[in-house]
Design a protein around this ligand. Sequence first.
Ligand code: S3P
Ligand code: PEP
Length: 438
Amino acid sequence: MTVNPAHTILWPAPHASGAVDATVHVPGSKSVTNRALVLAALASEPGWLRRPLRSRDTLLMADALRAMGVEIEEGVGPDGTGEFWRVIPAGLRGPATVDVGNAGTVMRFLPPVATLADGAIRFDGDPRAYERPLHGVLDALRALGARIDDDGRGALPLTVQGGGALEGGPVEIDASSSSQFVSALLLSGPRFNQGVEVRHTGSALPSMPHIRMTVDMLRSVGAQVDTPESGGEPNVWRVTPGALLGRDLTVEPDLSNAQPFLAAALVTGGKVVVPDWPSRTTQPGDRLREIFTEMGGSCELTDYGLVFTGSGAVHGIDVDLSEVGELTPGIAAVAALADSPSTLRGVAHLRLHETDRLAALTKEINELGGDVTETADGLHIRPRPLHGGTFHTYEDHRMATAGAVIGLAVEGVRIENVATTAKTLPEFPDLWTGMLGV
Ligand SMILES: O=C(O)C1=C[C@@H](OP(=O)(O)O)[C@@H](O)[C@H](O)C1
Ligand SMILES: C=C(OP(=O)(O)O)C(=O)O
């Protein structure tokens, strides 16, 4: 992917001179695209993805699957239907090398896939990827019969010695540091000889909507999945072995990436329309309708999409974000501009995301004059008048977009390395200036 060199230095975040009024077409969901790619690669017939997200995380996923033998053709559909990817599954094989970048979905979803390959699959990634938790997936795979060589830390870099099949069966994991451990095992589960039964044994499990997304998408390609919600035991998911269908799936807009645009309407007292907002979805970003309404906006979901309107007032909020952790940076940015304090709770695991998001938000907002303190599991934010300055992003796409939201209301904010938004939204700087008409 080409990165505009100007965006890797300091990007003057545009200041809003008035209320925004824009329609923003938000590209496809990262979480849906990467699940769809994995499921299509494991299917027994070709499948299609329409309007897939093209970003660093999803291109890494596509490249990794290609390296293991899957064919992915790219094209553009007729009549404005947008881009499509046609995924043609093949016998997975090594040797191959997978670059996970700093994509949680790639580093967690693919080691289970690699156990099904014939040959060695080596995994490597960005320095931060070495620090992000992976042990839950690796320990589980070993317990299910896989051979994995690592340096003993239960982290990247590592090599999965794919044996062409995995026995599978019941396994216990502690997924309190990432829901992606559970999703990873479930996604490949239909292809294990005995399927898989995942029992989460640790403390609270974050990001439950993302596990529901995994289950929904598995079922939509013909997998049989028993869940706590479908009458099973609490914290236990069971996937029956079986073939997966190739599907024709249109990817929903990424609702977490819609967040900065909705936030723009909220903090400027303006209006933003996001076309194709789904009426029913497992994406955690759908919770923004409720959260940003409580913070002062209002929503109307029409057949065309979501119409979100700010009132001019921005209120603080006391909210448990454990189910929707990836929304935290954007909510913190709005909270720093509110008329009352906020408490964001339930997100201790964000310390092991792209960066330590709790530390990064605290430091960067405070350096602009804010008053944020870290708690054991979140942030306490007391709004104060902010001033301009450099907002560092720590190679975290959501830090960059959070800084841009603050920049709308505060003159002189410069975002360091806005190009890091390429992880999930390479078009961010252009969409942002387009929204503002600058
Ligand atoms: O499965 C997924 O697509 C995701 C799950 C969540 O991870 P954690 O459970 O590690 O927070 C979320 O934060 C991440 O952005 C995407
Ligand atoms: C936590 C995130 O990403 P990842 O998929 O790398 O975990 C995120 O996008 O906010």
